[in-house]
Ligand binder design. Sequence first.
Ligand code: MLT
Length: 284
Amino acid sequence: MRNPGKNVEVTINNLIVSYNDEGPDDAPVIIFIHGFPFNKSMWNPQSDALKDSFRVIAYDVRGHGNSENSNTKFSIDLFADDLVGLMDALNLDSVMLCGLSMGGYIALNATERYPERFDALILSDTQCIADSPETIEKRKAAIQNINENGVEKYADESIKNLFAPVSFTARQKEIDAVKQMIINTTPQSLCNTLLALAERKATCASLSELNIPVLIMVGKEDKITPPEAALLMHKKNRQSKMFVLENAGHLANIENDYEFNTQLREFAGTVTKKSFVLSDTDGN
Ligand code: MLT
């Protein structure tokens, strides 16, 4: 039985997971997975624009947003199992899946291990390679920084790298909201997730073999997972489509929501053999 709305809860793998479930009952389903350390509200520009034609589900990854934390060791495998648990709980056999950054790592892991559960994959500002030794060292330093100086300082430092320069003048409200998402994440969850990110495996080989439509998007000024990382994924999956979004850094879905939504809507429309026109709510 569907329970539509915002901040709905379901228990999966002994954990309370919070999700938004909007759009018509019989519409094609897209599940959105947020980046680190954000929450499902980062997908509001997409749910607002797409919920007329799609059933849009965005959930909080374990330890983020309103989903419960747990003492279990975090891993991208565990996060992908939670995703499939959520699909099972909602009686969804197969869906289109969209992940940004960490959400992309989870999506790539899930499509590698459960390929039959996904009809299409949208990867935004993410990568299929594992962390380099330098990045692992930076994650360890970030853990130390959080433990010594607190979450607010970590949030301030993170914000500097997340956005394109133009967003600091044009998107201040959104930047403040993203900072709040970071601050609302507990230090324990931040540190556990940083370790999970550092330990994740590469997924480039399985991306090459993935036999579903793939859309890759990246902000032109993404410093964390730059356009070269997107291009590598595009080369691995020859059938994929790739778009570089202007005026966007790492959070392309927020910084250039109009272009992001346009590409996403067209792609999802092709997958579901429907064509959709942009509604007024999509415009900037
Ligand atoms: C994210 O946005 O999910 C993170 O930047 C991912 C990462 O640090 O690798």
